[in-house]
Design a protein around this ligand. Sequence first.
Ligand code: PGA
Length: 252
Amino acid sequence: MQKLIAANWKMNKTINEAVSFISEFKKLIKDIKNAEIVICPPFTSLQAVSKELKNSNIKLGAQNMHFENAGAFTGEISPLMLKEIGCEYVILGHSERREFFNETDDLINKKVAAALKNGLKPILCVGETAEQRQHGKTEDVIEDQIIKCLKGVDKIKDVAIAYEPVWAISRGNPNQKAATKADAEDAHLFIRKLLEGMYDENAAKNTRIIYGGSMKPENAKELLAMPDIDGGLVGNASLNAKSFAEIVKSAR
Ligand code: PGA
């Protein structure tokens, strides 16, 4: 299975900055075939980035969306709009959306269903907080999130699950430590087994489970070499073209 390496730029980069990143990055990874590369810029840069990505081996994703196609939802963006602009992927249920914007599993479930219905591939984020891990609740939390967020979803192969332990997310701090490769692998294997029970062995094997939380050039290779880590969702280290290119090249 080809690894999926996605950049989550969060609320960073103006249109100009986004475009200059892409022109530098494209040159750095032009011969890469070992990974599927996705860039998820803020909404305001989607159009410009979409144009820059034409005829390249890089795909476009958004960081969030509403579950309705249109309507009176001030400030929201719909799946139709994302499709029209050229998005193939959409990040859903990121811990920052859960924590700062009160997104619930129930809401995220509606978004996952709407994305699939409109031909967008969700990157569904799950993961425990430091406190939940200290209390031995990691598996319970992940299981609960996955079951609720995937309720009624049968096209699981079009969904990528991003395991993002909240305590490992950099929040812009380049010195934040990632999960160890062993802890990450444990969680990924747990998710794989869970999917096997919810769907079947084949579906579980073919669903990408990617890791997010301070992935960077220094640790990408060892994380991506683990048997159940099928890619990465990269925040801080994806803001720099050279460092994101190095991460992409670590995927074998
Ligand atoms: P980080 O962010 O790589 O900066 O830790 C990952 C994410 O939150 O998706």
